[in-house]
Ligand binder design. Structure first.
Ligand code: 1BN
Ligand code: ZN
Length: 349
């Protein structure tokens, strides 16, 4: 088939071991997460989670549409061109409108826009594009589109009150997911339902205040816009900072601890797509990110995020600095992540 790659579909599920060590000094999150995440994984929530695929040893060929790194880069450039997407700003509103239009144009069955005013007066808008609505077995893909109002990690003190472009931290995940939406909404639809969620108000948090991060996701998890009898997504995959130069992704620690089968399946998809060099079979840092509200809600959720950068030992050196701009975005990284996600989705039934 033109524009597609053929892959072997492995129909067995892998359940990896659970590790229990923490870095990034946010181990206290584990205590608050343990009960809800564990009960969700054992099916103890009010909503039902669709059963995992039956385990068999059969393999079959599936066609995987071709992810365009050029389109992804152009998606990132469009976002950066709006200016910093700081909640409450004109650039942020225009970017949110544009995301909704792009999901419609990609062929979403419906686009749900969730708006709220948060406690401190911050206007919030989450945008959800739903594909293959007839399919009850669903995967949720998400990324935040807001950008940090302050470059507070910038080496130059004068820059630390300035807003960032957020080419990597914000635009990269959205860029990959809008390109994925284009493929998923095309004639070459995958065998599962896909929800693509662009969340707001992730990045206005303060260190020392865990709940001040990922506020759009917290709101979404508290107000999931699904029908009363609709199963929750089987898995959620967060893309955050997926465009760093030569980035390598390790298994984010909360993801590995609470959603190991999803991590395994995504890392297997990376291998099938030829990106084992980018998706290392190693444990990375633990990050207070948009996947945590979903884990707490009982949805196995993982975070694809760069946490073991060679220079910093943690995030990309551009993190929360003025250098988080288009010049430092790596098309090859976007491609590796995009091909991995698409391979994962098209191997799902
Ligand atoms: C990820 C990208 N995050 C912010 N920008 C989440 C985070 C929260 C990272 C607290 C470090 C500390
Ligand atoms: Zn950030």
């Amino acid at each position: 088939m033109a524009g597609t790659r053929l892959h072997v579909r492995h129909k067995s599920l892998n359940f990896g071991g659970v590790k229990n060590n923490f870095i990034f000094n946010i181990a206290f999150l584990a205590g608050s997460m343990m009960a809800p995440a564990m009960s969700g994984c054992s099916g103890g929530t009010a909503r039902s989670v669709a059963p995992a695929a039956a385990e068999t040893n059969k393999t079959e060929m599936v066609s995987v549409p071709q992810f365009s790194a050029d389109s992804a880069m152009s998606n990132a450039a469009s976002q950066v061109a709006f200016g910093p997407r700081v909640p409450g700003s004109y650039a942020h509103r225009r970017c949110a409108d544009w995301i909704g239009e792009r999901l419609q144009a990609a062929g979403a069955d419906t686009v749900v826009v969730q708006t709220a005013t948060l406690d401190d007066g911050t206007p919030m808008r989450n945008i959800l594009g739903r594909f293959n609505l007839g399919n009850k077995r669903r995967i949720l893909l998400l990324a935040h589109y807001d950008t940090r109002p302050w470059a507070d990690e910038d080496p130059e003190p004068a820059n630390r009150t300035r807003p960032i472009d957020g080419a990597n931290d914000g635009a990269s995940g959205v860029a990959v997911l809008l390109e994925a939406a284009r493929l998923i909404g095309s004639v070459d639809a995958p065998g599962c339902g896909v929800d693509i969620l662009l969340v707001d108000v992730e990045d206005s948090g303060n260190s020392g205040d865990d709940d001040s991060w990922a506020r759009g996701s917290q709101y979404f998890a508290d107000h999931m816009p699904y029908g009363a009898t609709e199963p929750l997504p089987e898995a959620a995959i967060l893309l955050d900072m997926v465009g760093g130069r030569d980035a390598r992704f390790c298994r984010e620690m909360f993801s590995q601890q609470y959603a190991a089968p999803v991590v395994d399946a995504v890392w297997r998809a990376a291998r099938e797509a030829g990106h084992s060099d980018r998706f290392a079979d190693a444990i990375g840092g633990a990050v207070n990110d948009d996947h945590l509200p979903f884990l707490r809600a009982g949805i196995p959720a993982i975070d694809i995020i760069e946490t073991t950068n060679d220079q910093t030992g943690a995030f990309n050196p551009t993190w929360h600095t003025m250098a988080d701009n288009l010049d430092n975005l790596d098309a090859a990284t976007l491609k590796a992540v995009g091909e991995t996600v698409i391979t994962y989705i098209y191997n799902k039934k």
